[in-house]
Design a protein around this ligand. Structure first.
Ligand SMILES: Nc1ncnc2c1ncn2[C@@H]1O[C@H](COP(=O)(O)OP(=O)(O)O)[C@@H](O)[C@H]1O
Ligand SMILES: N[C@@H](CCC(=O)OP(=O)(O)O)C(=O)O
Length: 373
């Protein structure tokens, strides 16, 4: 299974952590970028298509601006990212140029992925770049991204990109061998978990949030990214990018790293987008009958099954569907605003028409716009 996943993956998103390509004292580390470029070039020669999600802009900028500490204020972080991103990109440019490979810079925010038109546009651009044999180097557009529109960490961005380009495999390169039973920096007796067949709560708890000076999110965001792509049928490999030659060796079937097996089957792109890219704007609490209708019988959601509406949202927005334990089990795009649903909830379709007049839709969420989680 492991061999087949790793050796057969054609389109691969490789995420490169700040801790690999930058350090507090040295700033950007072009030596590391050169070595990684060599290895990625080997993968390409082997017939793989590689897209990079690279961190490192902020730490490079910190060094370039002569800052002593990791900035706490957003404008200073954004200034560091702006200064550091051009340095980071220049290093990739030079490095791949040695090998006759072209690169392209892509800077994204959550908004670019949450808007279907922009999402499709980014997808087409990336497809065109891949068609030209270019290696896209993607990062969050930190300079313009305030909290509401941020993805927040590049492990999550890499998961989103894997979906965007319909990748076969996500590889997360960090400064550590993979997922350990505990953070090995704090517990030297921790051992590596080479294969994760299911991301249980226990696995999530093992992944700590502690990071290096350079990193964001630690192992927790990596496991979350693996869970996200695993839900739609893509495996994740977490690997130590500090070890020269490990990436091509493992992708050729050698040992190393932690492999997270996929859970679900591959979903259609639109359903994936609803399930994993959109952030719910509100919640609908459903009765037991509606939960069965949606979860087991593939039905659309009607007003009669709604017990309560939480949050304020407009028609077309994504919302979570909760069962009676308050657990989110589905997500979908609503046909009505929260105000209108509040007036419709619990009513049969004929009663809705009597009280609110004829409506454009019978369903609150049509099954084509509904995804079970
Ligand atoms: N269970 C765990 N297994 C491995 N590493 C862990 C674990 N829990 C926390 N970590 C920490 O996560 C760090 C990697 O995350 P981070 O610093 O964000 O790197 P990157 O810059 O590559 O994203 C490791 O150096 C390690 O200290
Ligand atoms: N976009 C930021 C990186 C944010 C981030 O998630 O960092 P990391 O945990 O090192 O992948 C930058 O380029 O500095």
């Amino acid at each position: 299974m492991r061999d087949e996943i790793l050796t057969s993956a054609k389109r691969i998103v490789v995420k490169i952590g700040s801790s690999l390509v930058s350090s507090k004292d040295a700033g950007l580390r072009p030596d590391r970028i050169d070595r990684l470029a060599d290895e990625i070039s080997m993968l390409r020669t082997d017939g793989r298509e590689v897209l990079l999600v690279s961190s490192g802009a902020i730490v490079s900028g910190i060094k370039k601006l002569g800052l002593k500490e990791y900035p706490k204020s957003l404008p200073v972080k954004q200034a560091a990212a702006a200064v550091g991103q051009s340095r980071l990109m220049w290093a990739y440019e030079k490095s791949f140029e040695r090998l006759g490979v072209k690169v392209a810079q892509i800077l994204l925010t959550h908004q670019d992925l949450a808007d279907r038109r922009r999402f499709l546009n980014a997808r087409h651009t990336l497809a065109a770049l891949i068609g030209f044999g270019v290696v896209p180097v993607i990062n969050e557009n930190d300079t313009v991204a305030v909290d509401e529109i941020r993805v927040g960490d590049n492990d999550s961005l890499a998961a989103d990109v894997a979906h965007l380009v319909d990748a076969d495999l996500l590889v997360i390169l960090s400064d550590i061998d993979g997922l350990f039973t505990q953070d090995p920096r704090k517990n030297p007796s921790a051992t590596l978990i080479p294969l994760v067949s299911e991301i249980t709560e226990e696995i999530e708890q093992r992944a700590g949030v502690s990071t290096t000076f350079e990193g964001t999110g630690g192992m927790a965001t990596k496991v979350r990214a693996a869970k996200k792509v695993g839900e739609y049928g893509v495996a994740t490999l977490i690997l130590n990018g500090q070890q020269a030659g490990l990436l091509p060796t493992v992708l050729a079937g050698g040992d190393g790293g932690s492999l997270f097996l996929p859970k679900g089957r591959r979903m259609t792109s639109r359903k994936l987008w609803i399930a994993f890219t959109l952030r719910p704007q509100g919640q609908l609490l459903l009765d037991a009958g509606a939960v069965v209708a949606l979860a087991e019988r593939g039905k659309s959601l009607l007003a009669s099954g709604i017990i309560d509406v939480k949050g304020t949202f407009e028609a077309g927005d994504p919302v979570s569907c909760l069962n009676q334990d308050g657990k989110e089990f589905a997500k979908g795009l609503v046909n009505f605003s929260s105000d209108v649903i509040a007036r419709m909830k619990g009513l049969k379709t004929v009663d809705v028409q009597q009280r609110l007049g004829p409506q454009e839709y019978d369903e609150i969420i049509h099954r084509d716009n509904l995804v079970l989680l």
